[in-house]
Design a protein around this ligand. Structure first.
Ligand code: GRF
Length: 211
């Protein structure tokens, strides 16, 4: 099977990027990270990419007249690397029209909550403050909203009595590093079928004996 060409957009430390790279290198994920792009010059994600011989680019939005022009450059780089799936990994911008049009239903994201609760920033902290007992993480397709696209995979993480936002975030992150490569595997194998808001996973279908 040929490897799925993945492009990663990241704004920060890039631990999810690392999990994806590691899964590819172990052979657990039939994909190859072809390019990493960051909107932040000092993003550690760029260093991680370079350490693995992956092309890494900083694209400074300030050099472009508007978001569409900035995204046109991002799309150009992704297309130059023949990217088939774009993975947002701690990318701190909403996908705009230019990116969404170029990679329609080919962009996924990971978020540290059981969406649709706690979208946006600091989701584990929101979970602790709200007092929920179960938190978690979600991989979803990206649409124009903030963490609103169709859900691919979710994992629950219990909230402990002595949790602070940071301790919960750490335990959620461990699960993120597992489900993000799993979701990419399902995509690479063509097992995801999007029907409206629902993402059907074909292995579940056959396991459960549904038609
Ligand atoms: C993760 O918690 C991810 O769910 C969220 O941003 C964080 C990025 O962490 N979207 P990292 O840069 O992958 O370490």
């Amino acid at each position: 099977m040929s490897l799925l060409a993945v492009g990663v957009l990241a704004s920060g430390r890039g631990s999810n990027l690392q999990a994806i790279i590691d899964a590819c290198e172990r052979g657990d994920l039939q994909a190859e990270v072809k390019i990493v792009i960051s909107d932040q010059q000092d993003a550690y994600a760029l260093e991680r990419a370079k350490k693995h011989g992956i092309n890494a680019y900083f694209v400074d939005i300030k050099n472009y007249p508007d978001k569409n022009a900035y995204e046109a450059r991002v799309v150009e780089l992704l297309q130059q690397h023949d990217v088939q799936l774009v993975c947002l990994a701690g990318y701190m911008r909403l996908a705009g029209a230019t990116l969404l049009k170029a990679f329609s239903m080919q962009i996924i994201n990971i978020h540290p909550s059981l969406l649709p609760v706690f979208p946006g920033l600091h989701a584990p902290h929101q979970a602790v403050e709200y007092g929920v007992k179960i938190a978690g993480c979600t991989v979803h397709f990206v649409d124009a909203g903030m963490d609103t696209g169709p859900v691919i995979l979710q994992t629950a993480v219990p909230v402990l009595d002595d949790d602070a936002g940071d301790t919960l975030a750490e335990r959620i992150l461990e699960q993120e590093h597992l489900i993000y490569p799993q979701a990419i595997t399902l995509y690479a194998e063509g097992k995801l079928k999007v029907q409206g808001r629902r993402v059907k996973i074909s292995y579940l279908k056959s396991t459960l004996g549904n038609s």
